[in-house]
Design a protein around this ligand. Structure first.
Ligand SMILES: [Zn+2]
Length: 550
């Protein structure tokens, strides 16, 4: 070889080797979240999240990304799908027994540790082939559910929260809506996308919704709770409360060295021993909504006074402990949710007097007490407002009743079907958005039904999420009524039968009547009387001439 050729050859070899080495180094480089690379002083922006996901995609074929929704401000909200092999669509899972679980973070975009923790979890599962999960699980992650809220990062948001010091996003989405109050009215692209592109498309057996607490002082960095609405399947609530949550608390302590307690707040800061109370039962809260859909749900709330790193790592450990549980109990969970669907259909096919549906609820303590590592509190009275509550340095172990059992105070008989003769297009659209099966009468039918005559309609004085929510009183009466061809029929014998009832019952405390979908029909065109609620309850099973509404 001539000397210049030798020289060129050497240069070529050097470039080729350098490029190979660079690729190897790059392939071995694990992407870091903004939380990690900033030493937990900052949180990821939307572009950081998308870049992190792209980096994972460049390193492994076990990940795919779908779009959960397009946010109000035009951001494509990513839904990460992790599997081995990664399913190209839910159809690929039809012959596969794998469980689909769904982790969601940043619904309140000031509460950001779930976003960082779920990205770290995705990376560590994808790039560590020794972890066992993917033989039994497909993991879906929406790390930045409220992308629009996330981008309004400011150190002034959530001033009582311990970091990250460079700031966090805001609670509301791009429409100024709280997404954790939108599950029944589905007014946001995020919730509509969740129902359509996650729940209906992938049917995850479990939803985990990550938040940060706002109130009580305690030592445990991680708190979490199950779905609480008692109109959901009782065996799912019992399973989560008595088996799954205690087991995960134990795993967190023993395997991940992380203290956790069931989520709650002191009922009375001045007398903490009066009890520890979980959150509301209403299905506007996503985890309760999931319970009405016969699936498992976990509300995760990390302790807002713990520093950001502790919160991120606490949440990260919780997500792993949840995966451990699902991996170890996948057949049991599959059976549980399939049974819940079967029982709901069975109940709707021939409802009995035992099949009551709660419309008013009260909260009771569970048989077991809860132990919380708290502090002595100082209560400082303030003129004309609530007293200031301050924590002292004196630790105090509190063993308290845990109020987390909602029971119906008043119920109505569970019906066979609901009949909507008016066929209001907005109502139909909403019911279909939830994934309910709707049918319509193909022949006029005279039926004995129960109607609800309104006696009082009270719109809330204070606006809530853009609504003056309704509270109603009225009387039921049984009547023979003719329903024309085209009347919408919502059978309760469907997997979402409990959700159908919660949306359509006249006295439901979180149904479509509450959220103003029936406002036009509550008062007749003439006279001073109030109207009849335009949804009729058919109590007994009956052969109806009908067809599926498409
Ligand atoms: Zn929250």
């Amino acid at each position: 070889m001539k000397s210049w050729t030798k020289y060129a050859y050497k240069i070529f070899c050097f470039i080729a080797l350098s490029s190979l080495l660079a690729n190897v180094t790059r392939a071995q480089q694990r992407p870091m979240t903004v939380a990690e690379s900033s030493n937990f002083t900052a949180t990821s922006r939307y572009a950081d999240v998308m870049e992190f996901i792209r980096e994972l995609q460049s390193q492994t074929s076990l990940i795919r990304v779908e779009t959960l929704c397009l946010s109000t401000e035009g951001r494509a909200v990513p839904l990460i799908i992790i599997g081995n092999p990664v399913p190209s669509s839910p159809l690929a899972l039809k012959t596969d027994k794998k469980l689909v679980v769904y982790f969601q973070a940043n619904i309140h975009a000031g509460e950001v540790e779930g976003k960082e923790a779920s990205l770290m979890l995705a990376r560590d599962i994808l790039l560590n082939s020794k972890l066992p999960y993917l033989d039994k699980l497909v993991i879906l992650i929406a790390p930045i559910f409220n992308a629009d809220g996330n981008e309004k990062i400011s150190p002034n948001n959530r001033p009582d929260q311990a970091g990250p010091e460079k700031g966090v996003g805001v609670r509301h989405n791009g429409q100024n809506l709280d997404l954790n109050r939108d599950s029944m009215k589905l007014e946001s692209p995020e919730l509509q996308g969740l129902v359509q592109n996650v729940l209906m498309r992938w049917d995850p057996v479990l939803l985990v919704d990550c938040h940060t607490t706002d109130g009580s002082y305690h030592e445990e960095p991680v708190t979490f709770c199950w779905g609480l609405n008692p109109d959901g399947d009782a065996s799912i609530i019992k399973y989560q409360r008595e088996k799954m949550v205690p087991d995960i608390i134990k795993t967190l302590a023993e395997k991940y060295n992380t203290l956790s307690i069931p989520y709650g707040d002191f009922r009375d800061f001045r007398n903490p021993e009066k009890g520890w109370e979980a959150y509301s039962h209403q299905p506007r809260f996503m985890t309760n909504y999931i319970t009405l859909r016969n699936r498992l749900a976990i509300l995760n709330e990390n302790y807002n006074h713990a520093d950001f790193k502790t919160r991120v790592l606490g949440c990260y450990n919780l997500l792993f402990a949840i995966l451990d549980y699902c991996h170890g109990h996948s057949e049991e969970i599959s059976y549980l949710v399939a049974e819940a669907d079967r029982k709901t259909i069975q109940k709707g096919l021939s409802p009995t007097s035992q099949d009551a549906f709660g419309v008013e609820f009260e909260i009771k303590p569970l048989p077991e007490k809860v132990t919380v590592q708290g502090w002595e509190m100082e209560v400082i009275p303030r003129e004309g407002t609530w007293p200031e509550i301050k924590k002292t340095d004196k630790k105090r172990t509190l063993i308290m009743p845990y109020f987390a059992d909602y029971l119906p105070k008043r119920s109505v008989p569970f019906p066979y079907a609901y009949l909507l003769p008016g066929a209001d297009s907005e109502v139909i659209k909403k019911l279909l958005q939830h994934g309910l099966i709707l049918e319509k009468l193909t022949k006029t039918a005279t039926l004995e039904v129960e109607s609800f005559r309104l006696k009082e309609v009270k719109a809330s004085e204070r606006l809530f999420q853009g609504h003056r929510t309704n509270e109603v009183k009225g009387e039921y009466s049984v009547e023979q009524r003719e329903f024309p061809t085209g009347t919408i029929v919502v059978m309760t014998a469907q997997p979402l039968g409990n959700l159908a009832a919660y949306l359509l019952e006249p006295e439901s405390d979180d149904g479509l009547l509450v959220w103003n979908f029936f406002d036009r029909y509550l008062v007749p065109q003439w006279g001073r009387e109030l109207g009849i609620y335009p949804v009729y309850r058919l109590l007994k099973s009956m052969n109806l001439a009908k067809e599926i509404l498409r």
